[in-house]
Design a protein around this ligand. Structure first.
Ligand SMILES: NC(=O)c1ccc[n+]([C@@H]2O[C@H](COP(=O)([O-])OP(=O)(O)OC[C@H]3O[C@@H](n4cnc5c(N)ncnc54)[C@H](O)[C@@H]3O)[C@@H](O)[C@H]2O)c1
Length: 498
């Protein structure tokens, strides 16, 4: 489906040639292209085919079209970040060109079907129904877009160093189709300097100059999947660019969907995102450390936090858990650690926080082993254990870097037989860290089934699980999330917090 037909052809006709004779030689082809573009169902307004007269002129044209919603917003990477972003731009009236290398996702969107649990089919179908969404795996279509927003993965490699290969690859594809007047924005979380040193460098190999012929900006994603209190349009967006015209261009795009928070340049915006996630990591580590300390004093850390958070200032609640999970907190802070090393600086807080939370799964397993032996006179080896909750956090189907996987691995290594239950993950997909678990199925819970386990380990606290039923039928429950907090006292006798 090429509903945004036009921009690509206009560009193809225009690419390098800016000399008078060449322009004349191309004249007939251009007329033909223009006619074709007019007859297309939706044509891209992205028709800047020459280098702009100046950066100011480029920005003025772009901003005027942005205000009129006459831009095509290209989104590269239609995952947890890119898909809701596409939805927000459609809602604000823009045309959207979604690009992904994963054909399965593109085909699902075309059929109005979802692949992310908290974005139901109806929302995808509604996006398609606007008639302003084109999704494709064809990189040639990228020239039809006026803005190109990259929402691709930025994981760590096996040495726990930044893996920016997805950003590099995507930028190279953009470079192959880059045309004057386009805006390129990286949204993926990354270390300060990526937009300048990687994205800009690759794009300028085209002979076009950033800030003059085309624009670059960085705008970190703050999406929090599954959080019903916030959506793309209610979370302010930090935008950094190295010049005013580039900032103006990025601002007109994002201001259409939410409040924009401008910062002086791209590396500042990159640092903002890392600061947010490092703040979370350090505080999560701190509260996990307090959990262990208070446990030794027979003080429930959850009671402490719930009381402490009544202070109206100077305190922000963070909660302990079985370890770090998700695609952000276990990863992003170490992007800064890596970059800081290149500047001869150490990131001791980050390393320490990483150390503390990395030990949490061990603490959970030790607590579970103790509970089994003291309450059931059993060892972990040979026991049947049910892990409740596989996703890395509450009420989502995302299990990237989930500590539950690590816990299952540790229990199996100690000789336990482990099953899991997760209403959001019926079957374990292939994961980077634990491909050996792929295909494992969530067990169906019944009183008899629950009673067949020696211990239930609550690793993630989904609302869809009936914890009263779980505890009532279980022999012993180890709760890492305080999911059992509101159960009757009689049931709590079976629960050990970890
Ligand atoms: N998921 C979140 O809640 C969240 C929040 C804030 C920031 N982020 C950051 O946003 C970025 C994207 O995260 P995500 O969760 O959406 O990842 P994701 O894995 O859900 O989606 C990434 C998408 O990019 C596609 N892709 C990979 N290579 C590509 C390429 N060369 N060209 C086009 N598409 C390509 C993948 O097929 C996938 O659909 C990461 O840097 C992440 O750290 C994510």
């Amino acid at each position: 489906m090429d509903s945004l037909r036009g921009g690509q052809d206009v560009l193809a006709a225009s690419q390098a040639a800016e000399t008078e004779p060449e322009a004349k030689a191309r004249k007939p082809r251009r007329r033909k292209t223009a006619k074709r573009a007019r007859s297309a169902p939706l044509k891209s307004a992205g028709s800047t085919i020459r280098k702009p007269a100046s950066a100011k002129a480029m920005a003025e044209d772009f901003v005027a079209r942005g205000k009129a919603r006459d831009l095509t917003i290209g989104i590269l990477g239609l995952g947890y970040v890119g898909l809701p972003l596409a939805e927000a731009f459609l809602a604000s009236g823009f045309r959207v060109l979604g690009f992904d290398v994963d054909e399965t996702k593109v085909n699902k969107i075309r059929k109005g079907r979802t692949y992310i649990e908290h974005i139901p089919n109806a929302r995808i179908a509604a996006m398609m129904k606007t008639g302003r969404l084109e999704v494709t795996t064809d990189p040639k279509r990228l020239s039809a877009a006026d803005a190109l927003l990259m929402c691709v993965p930025t994981p760590l490699n096996i040495h726990r160093e930044p893996d920016i290969s997805y950003v590099e690859q995507t930028t190279k594809v953009i470079a192959e189709h880059l045309r004057p007047g386009q805006l390129v924005v990286l949204e993926s979380t990354t270390y300060p300097g990526t937009s300048d040193e990687v994205v800009k460098s690759i794009l300028e190999t085209t002979g076009l100059t950033a800030g003059r012929d085309f624009a670059i900006a960085y705008s970190p994603e703050r999406e929090d999947p599954g959080n019903i209190n916030f959506s793309t349009s209610s979370i302010p967006k930090v935008v950094g660019a190295n010049s005013k015209p580039e900032l103006d261009m990025a601002t007109v795009v994002y201001a259409a969907i939410t409040q924009v928070v401008p910062v002086p340049n791209m590396k500042t915006a990159e640092a903002v995102k890392l600061t947010e996630n490092i703040f979370r990591l350090v505080n999560i580590a701190l509260v996990n450390e307090l959990k262990v300390v208070f446990q030794g004093m027979d003080i429930d850390v959850w009671e402490v936090i719930n009381a402490a958070k009544t202070k109206p200032f100077g305190y922000m609640a963070f909660y302990p858990g079985p370890g770090l999970g998700g695609h952000c907190i276990p990863i992003d802070p170490f992007y800064l650690t890596w970059k800081a090393r290149a500047h001869g600086e150490a990131t001791r807080f980050i390393e320490l926080a990483g150390d503390v939370v990395t030990r949490m799964p061990n603490y959970v397993i030790e607590t579970l082993a103790l509970a089994l032996s003291s309450r059931s006179k059993k060892a972990v080896a040979g026991s049947k254990i049910l892990v409740s909750g596989l996703a890395y956090k509450k009420n989502v189907d995302d299990m990237r870097e989930s500590p539950s996987l690590h816990l299952i691995e540790m229990l199996r290594d100690r000789g336990a037989k482990v099953d899991f239950h997760d209403p959001h993950i019926p079957v374990v997909p292939v994961t980077r860290d634990h491909p050996e678990f792929s295909g494992m199925k969530s067990v169906k819970l019944s009183p008899k089934k629950i009673a067949s386990y020696d211990c239930v380990l609550i690793s993630t606290d989904h609302d869809a699980v009936d914890y009263a039923e779980l505890v009532r039928n279980a022999k012993v429950v180890v709760d890492t999330r305080n999911a059992t907090a509101n159960l009757p006292k009689a049931l709590l006798k079976k629960v050990v917090k970890a």
